[in-house]
Every structure is written in C-alpha cells, then in structure tokens.
Design a protein. Structure first.
Length: 455
C-alpha cells in the first residue's frame, strides 16, 4: 500500500494526532478477545474531535484504506482488533460530558467511560442504567457500537433503550445527526437504531444523547446456592415467569473457585452454582419480590439462601460477579462466549454446556445475566498445548451450535466481531445477510469501515 495516504493524513491533522511508531501502534493491535485474528495497523489516529474523524474518513475513502473505529479496546469479540496496513481510529480523547437535569439526558463524547457517565449522573441525582461488567473501563462509544448490556438489563433494558440521539460520521466523512432530546419522535425512519450495535461497520459514533432516569431505591439482595447449574437454571425460569428482578446473575463452580482465589470472600466450596438476585422496588414491594425469589429458589432445590438489605454488602457481591472474567483468565487463555436463549431454555443450555465441556475434555466456566437468558461460557485452555487449543475451539463452536438449536443467538451483547462470523449465517439466513450487505453498500460503498467484522 502506498504511503501517500499516510503522508496526506499527517499533513491534514493536528500534530501528534497520527501515531505510526510501531511500539505504540502495537498496543492498538487487539481488543480483549484473546483468540481473535489481528493485524498491525499502519497508523493509529487519536481523534481530538468530530473534525478529525471527518478528515480521517474522507482521506481513507479517497485512498480506499480500511478503518477500524475503536473506543477503549475492551471489546470481547475481536470487533476492534487492528487490520494489517489499515487505520485504527481511536475516539479515546473525545471526552465531552454534559448533564441536562431538566431534560434528563446526557450529551456524551464517545471516549467517556461508562463509569464516568454513571458518576456524573449520580452527582446530579440521576442514573444511567446500562452497566457492563467492565463499566469502569469501557467507553460509551463502544457501548453504543455493540449495544452493550449488563446486569440490570433484565429490568431496565440495554444501551439502545437509552439512546435518544447520535452524531455519526459516515465512510466518506459526512456527518449525520440522528434523533434528539424529545421523548417522542417518529419523523422518518429511526436511523439511530441502525447504528446502535453496528460495530463500526456503518459509521463512526462521535457523540450521543443518552436518556437518564431518576435514581432507584436502594436494592435488596438475595444469594442462593445450588448443587449444580441445571437446578439454578430452573430457578431462573421460575423467577422470571412471575417478576422482573433488577438483577439475576449466575456463576458456576469453576467461576466461583476462580473468584474465591482472587478475592478470598469465603465462598463455600460445596456450592455447585450461585444465583445473585436484586430488587430495587421501593418499600414493601421490594421485600415481596425478594421473598418470591427465595421461594422460587427453595422450590428448585437451593441448598442455601440468604438475603440482605445492606446496599454496600449487595454491591460487594456484585463486585465479585464482575470479577469473574478476570479471575477465570488467571486459569489460562479464555475464549469468551456470549450466547443467549429464550428464558424457558436456560436449564437446557446449562445442561448442554456441561455435556460440551465433558465431551471435549475442556473446562468451561459459566457466568451470565441469567435473568435475560444471556450467558458467557468461558472456554479455558493452555495456549502452549496445541491439542488443548483444538479441543477448546471445538467446544466454543459446539456451544454456539447448542444456543442456536435452542432458538437462541450467538451474541447477546458483545457483538459478532470476527469470532462469531462462522455461525452468523445459520442464525440470520441468506436473505437477512443479503439485506445487511445492501445497507452496508449504501452507507459504505467502498467497504472501508471495519471490513470483515459483524457479518
């Protein structure tokens, strides 16, 4: 590839915006998907604002250079891994943040971290619900690009439910302003939702207007232990059949052991699975919800149930759940799944994962947002053992196939990226994939935005 485009880029952007030092560029080569294919970008652009992004896209469009939009690099599907010889366009410096209390919205730059937005909203008596486990380190731009979820999605929904407006730079450098601050708006197609979850393949998200909520009541918390994941899965289906808890999370024995090794919380080694449930319903309603969940767990064979009204204690338990992926990563290289199934199929999914693990002689730790049927089986292997790597790859695929057989999805919140492409056609079908390609061609006719990702 000619260096003319790179010289053009350096001339056109403020000094220090374009980075081509190989040592620095290498840090942008991959996201957190340890097994995704990566390439070394020719340059990283750390955009300072919308104008910089427009310049990058106009030059890349002219010279047909692939561009990978990147937020904080915390993605788990290979969606922001570098492309050999391309441009990685980082929005980490775009960190504007304003809270409008009267409108109950936040105007946010894509580089703002989810946790920073939460803190800013809380300081004004408001709340931003979407809460990925990595909320302290993941960016809002990345959250929008993948339609990120989190632990409270079972009651409050995912990122798209809070996107009132977007500012997007297209592949040729044009800027679109979609949506706005009104509560209702049905003028034209709801194009902003087209870009939410598009994984950087249709445009670069450079700003978002996000809805905020009043702060909820302090949450009550329940923990329930079971002999195994299948019994816990039946409890999940029973609970969600009658109410929507604020949070309903699951960890299996392998995940619990990993978390205990990291945090020394005194988790019982005899527990085969743990459900962590919360209710933020106010007053007596919250106590009633917790009691209904306790009864559901006990009726499904829970061996231990405890509840607390202490919000700090509940947050400590949630912190343990959020620590699960980093803790399991201490056991070896991890292929992180993100499958989702209908709530009635939760126990079947969990039973099937146990069978896959045994059949392929591969450890699979299971954690997940059980209340909305979205699980993260963590396939663990020794990267120095080629046979173990092959077994892990087969197990990863088998879990995907299992989720699809149960009427589910290959990704609930992490995105397709590059890791899940082999299973996407089966889920969507040829006609839907062709529609995807038609939309992509209309918005990115030269195919430069995150090529080879998402579909």
């Amino acid at each position: 590839m000619s260096a003319a485009w790179l010289e053009h880029l350096v001339r056109s952007l403020p000094e220090g915006t374009v980075v081509s030092d190989p040592d620095v560029v290498a840090g942008y080569r991959s996201d957190r998907a340890a097994t995704a294919a990566t390439g070394l970008p020719a340059a990283v652009v750390r955009a300072n604002g919308v104008a910089d992004v427009q310049t990058v896209m106009a030059i890349a469009h002219e010279h047909r250079v692939p561009v990978v939009p990147r937020g904080a690099g915390t993605g788990l599907a290979g969606g922001s891994s570098g492309i050999e010889g391309g441009i990685t366009l980082s929005t980490e410096r775009m960190r504007g943040l304003e809270i409008d209390v009267a409108a109950a919205v936040a105007e946010v730059g894509p580089g703002v971290l989810n946790g920073e937005l939460k803190a800013a909203a809380a300081a004004r008596g408001l709340w931003y619900p979407p809460d990925p486990s990595s909320f302290e380190i993941c960016s809002v731009g990345g959250n929008v690009a993948t339609n990120a979820g989190g632990a409270c999605c079972v009651k409050y929904g995912v990122t798209t439910d809070y996107v009132a407006g977007l500012v997007v730079v297209l592949a040729d450098g044009r800027v679109l302003r979609l949506g706005g601050r009104t509560v209702k708006d049905v003028a034209g197609y709801d194009l902003k939702r087209l870009f939410v979850g598009s994984e950087g393949t249709l445009g670069v998200i450079v700003g978002a207007t996000l809805r905020l909520r009043p702060r909820p009541a302090p949450a009550r918390t329940l923990v329930a232990a079971f002999a195994g994941t299948v019994a816990a899965g039946h409890a999940v289906t029973r609970i969600t059949g009658s109410l929507r808890p604020t949070t309903l999370e699951l960890m299996d024995r392998l995940a619990l052991d990993a978390v205990e090794a990291r945090l020394a919380m005194g988790l019982d080694p005899g527990w085969g699975a743990l459900l962590l449930a919360r209710s933020d319903a106010a007053g007596a309603a919250g106590a009633t919800e917790i009691d209904l969940m306790r009864v559901a767990c006990e009726s499904c064979g829970a061996t231990y149930v405890a509840t607390t009204d202490d919000e700090d204690e509940g947050e400590q338990l949630m912190a343990a759940r959020r620590m699960a992926i980093p803790a399991v990563e201490q056991l070896g290289t991890v292929m992180i799944e993100d499958v989702g199934v209908p709530l009635a199929a939760v126990a079947d999914l969990l039973a099937g994962i146990e069978e896959v693990s045994a059949h392929h002689d591969t450890p699979i730790a299971v954690i997940g947002h059980a209340g909305d049927g979205n699980f993260h089986p963590l396939v663990v292997f020794d990267p120095a053992d080629e046979a173990a790597r092959r077994r892990a790859s087969a197990a990863f695929g088998a879990v995907m196939e299992l989720a699809l057989r149960l009427g589910g999805t290959v990704t609930g919140e992490h995105g397709v990226g590059s890791l899940k492409l082999p299973w996407l056609r089966r889920q969507l079908g040829d006609d839907v994939l062709e529609l995807h390609r038609s939309i992509k061609a209309a918005l990115d006719p030269r195919g430069i935005l995150n090529p080879g990702r998402a579909f």
